[in-house]
Design a protein around this ligand. Structure first.
Ligand code: SAM
Length: 219
């Protein structure tokens, strides 16, 4: 895989246009928009796709996986209500782009990926950009208990059900954002932990993600 050009400055005008598009689609969180404007998405895709990196669409990243559509990244990040210093767990590192957005927003990022090639690629790119998230190769349907609890957990693949382990790894007040449905379409669910035992669930818009595969996901 030939990675996109390392220059941050390339495509800055197209990046700004993408931010405008995402804002028009309803994203309001200034910190999210600012992060999308700052992170060079073309670096996270193969050079064959770098000219399309600032279209608002998902793109292939190998292993049958995708870098999510920028609007989807922005929508999930906005739902997390990230504050500087928050401990955020991402399930599905993929290209590393979402992790870079969260790092840029000042979060302490933990991210799990099940494909070794993607895990290694993401690690290299994030390091080059100067970010230091904690990355793990493994099954994210079980969360990452060693570092729990988290202020936020975002699942970037479509789950058949809300993975219980993830709910249990939230701090009180923490937010879990997870797309749940069949393999064709999922509803975005936001779960807020109100107390040790109580959770509030909100069902939001429909999206289409690659499947979350693992012990508490799809086979
Ligand atoms: N967040 C990614 C990004 O910014 O590029 C996009 C992720 S892609 C839509 C979904 C990712 O979830 C894929 O890389 C896939 O391999 C990964 N995945 C699926 N099931 C998983 C699991 N159980 N644990 C960890 N990663 C998983």
């Amino acid at each position: 895989m030939t990675k996109g050009s390392r220059s941050h400055k390339r495509f800055s005008r197209r990046r700004a246009q993408l931010v405008k598009q995402i804002e028009e689609k309803g994203i309001k969180d200034h910190n999210v928009l600012q992060a999308i404007n700052s992170i060079p998405r073309h670096i996270f895709v193969d050079t064959a796709f770098e000219n399309r990196a600032y279209e608002d669409s998902a793109l292939p990243i190998g292993n049958g996986q995708t870098i999510s559509q920028p609007y989807t990244v922005a929508a999930q990040t906005e739902l997390l209500e990230v504050q500087k210093g928050d401990k955020i767990l991402e399930i599905g590192t993929g290209s590393g782009y979402q992790a870079a957005i969260l790092c840029h927003m000042g979060a302490e990022v933990y991210s799990v990926e099940r494909h070794e090639k993607l895990y290694l690629n993401a690690k290299e790119i994030l390091q080059e950009l100067g970010f230091r998230p904690h990355l793990k190769l493994g099954d994210g349907t079980l969360g990452w208990s060693a570092y729990a609890p988290y202020d936020g957990i975002v699942v970037t693949a479509g789950a058949p059900i809300v993975p219980e382990d993830l709910k249990q790894q939230l701090t009180v007040g923490g937010i879990l954002v997870v797309p749940v449905g069949d393999q064709k379409s999922q509803v975005m669910i936001r779960i807020t932990r109100l107390s040790e035992e109580e959770f509030k669930e909100e069902r939001l818009n429909h999206f289409k993600f690659v499947p979350l595969i693992g012990e508490k996901g799809w086979d």
